[in-house]
Design a protein around this ligand. Structure first.
Ligand SMILES: [Zn+2]
Length: 140
């Protein structure tokens, strides 16, 4: 299990069902992947803020071949890069829920749910994204 890197708080929060992302205490720049030192202002003071797992699809692709995907992920699967407005448009990688009958589209509102996937016999918490409802899309 990860836990020794700059991203350790991300994984600890995930174990508790929360999405926490890193923000510079001095200049408010969001960081992902996590950093020890801010690349914008040079500060060593980074804080972790809870963020609502809700965003928009920035990019997506459909995979028809199992490139060593987590066990139990049905083919084909859709990988998504989700942009989080609440976290300075930081982007997270994940996949679109297989039970979604909506076609993925750039800009589509999505909400994340936590699940555990199995990779090399290890259970790892990850985000699975569901298309949001249309009222959410209209409101933003
Ligand atoms: Zn900074």
């Amino acid at each position: 299990m990860k836990g020794l890197g700059a991203d350790a708080p991300y994984w600890q929060a995930l174990q508790q069902g929360q999405l926490k992302l890193q923000q510079c205490s001095d200049c408010s720049q969001w960081h992902w992947p996590a950093v020890w030192r801010c690349g914008e202002c040079g500060s060593w003071e980074q804080q972790w803020r809870e963020v609502t797992p809700r965003g928009r699809i920035y990019s997506w692709t459909r995979s028809h071949y199992d490139f060593g995907a987590p066990k139990g992920l049905p083919l084909p699967y859709v990988s998504v890069v989700v942009e989080l407005a609440e976290a300075g448009n930081l982007r997270l990688l994940g996949h679109l829920a297989a039970n979604s009958d909506k076609q993925p589209a750039i800009g589509m509102a999505v909400e994340g749910e936590l699940f555990h996937c199995e990779v090399d016999g290890e259970s790892i918490p990850a985000w699975r994204w569901q298309p949001g409802n249309t009222t959410t899309e209209a409101a933003q």
